[in-house]
Design a protein around this ligand. Sequence first.
Ligand code: UDP
Length: 240
Amino acid sequence: MRNQVKILGVPIDQITAQEAFQQLTVFLEGDTLKKVYTPNPEIIMVAQQDQRLLNVLQEADLVLPDGIGLIIASKIKGLGLKERVTGIDTMDKLLTYCGEKQKSIFLMGGKPGIAALACETMKKQYRGIKIAGFHHGYFQETDEPQIIEEINQVAPDVLFVCLGAPKQEKWIHKYRDQLNCKLAMGVGGSVDIYAGTAKRAPLFFQRLGLEWFYRLIKEPWRAKRMAALPKFLVRVTLKQ
Ligand code: UDP
């Protein structure tokens, strides 16, 4: 049975990191593509103005409560989300599992050259990992049939899509019936972290749920986007 809570109309799965990982391993044995997203408050706010994005999130097979803002919202409203489940930690567990079980992955997204670099790190970090392919994320819409063809030729078990949110969620949704893989997961800037061109917040910030703050210091131009967090909390608080 799938337990979900709704935050501003977006269904979020009520699961722990371990339960999420177990669910993904079940998806890997299925025979249809499963769509997995990790929305943060900013994306939930975008979905308030973007009905298409809201539908995409509502039709996901698993929505991870990424971002401390969701956990705070859950506490304010007594929704019972169990814990924060980040996309990058889930990806790490999944890559370890894929290495052990001989499952293959395809990495899509990032600036040209970045996905290739990220794959090199993955090969070193995850014993036995099968990289079926990679592709950068700066293509035209007219290139997409060719990219789908490239992915389907190698039929990876997992497709990681790093086009930034909400582009990656819409992209996965658009091609859900054409993609020949078991699992497609939108994981934003993870490609840059594996490539080593971006750094994750130190553990100290991670543990306190302050990764957003670390990112704000490192990438101050995000301040405008991040203003969505207080707006999100006010909206959640006021909503009946
Ligand atoms: N990106 C991409 N194609 C695009 C736009 C973005 O491949 O058209 C990549 C970008 O290079 C970065 C990733 O998407 O590697 C995620 O970007 P960002 O960190 O802004 O996304 P977030 O994780 O905050 O959603």
